[in-house]
Design a protein around this ligand. Structure first.
Ligand SMILES: Cc1cc2nc3c(=O)[nH]c(=O)nc-3n(C[C@H](O)[C@H](O)[C@H](O)COP(=O)(O)O)c2cc1C
Length: 168
């Protein structure tokens, strides 16, 4: 899928079908995260791949705004290192790389932001000096239903030409 097509069709997916992603696609998604750029090339991230169904099911109780996490093919828990100043910005770029790569392979995802972080870190054995940015579920979905469509502020509202407030 061409990059702009991927960006312009990407939608958060919260309902998944039962179909496993092949190993090479799973690893490609992780690679897309690892290859992201970062300030000073700090790479302040770790990615915990969850494929085991019982662990996925166990994640559900910590993903307060994403109970669908237990229904997916795999999930990636994005762990950041707060000792690096831009850890969340850098890791968010890794997230977008992964989500777009997955989308180009017909896998949907959705940023899960409201988490029981402490419980999740205990559950997965994540050291306490690190931070969990998000849990990303990845799975196939019914393309006829797709996402919810794009609802964005209009170009007129958000684009400015040469000076703030001048229309393009
Ligand atoms: C930082 C961030 C946190 C989000 N947290 C959640 C969440 O906890 N649960 C959820 O279902 N969606 C979450 N989303 C997805 C947004 O609701 C979604 O991206 C937005 O409504 C636009 O819809 P779209 O992604 O389908 O274009 C989050 C997105 C971002 C960027």
């Amino acid at each position: 899928m061409e990059v702009f097509e991927c960006v312009s069709t990407l939608s958060s997916i919260r309902s998944y079908i039962q179909k496993e992603a092949p190993e090479d696609v799973v690893m490609e998604v992780l690679e897309a995260g690892r290859l992201a750029p970062s300030a000073h090339n700090d790479q302040p991230w770790e990615f915990v791949l969850i494929r085991d169904k019982s662990v996925l099911k166990g994640l559900e109780r910590f993903c307060l705004s994403g109970k669908f996490v237990s229904k997916v093919s795999f999930a990636v828990v994005v762990v950041t290192d707060p000792s690096s100043k831009w850890h969340e910005i850098d890791s968010t770029r890794a997230v977008q790389n992964m989500v777009l790569t997955a989308w180009s392979r017909k896998l949907g995802s959705c940023w899960i932001g409201r988490l029981d972080r402490e419980g999740l870190m205990n559950y997965l054995g994540i050291p306490s000096h690190l931070n969990v940015l998000t849990v990303l579920p990845f799975g196939y979905f019914d393309e006829r239903l797709g996402g919810g469509g794009k609802f964005r502020r209009s170009p007129e509202e958000v684009f400015h030409l040469n000076r703030f407030g001048e229309r393009i």
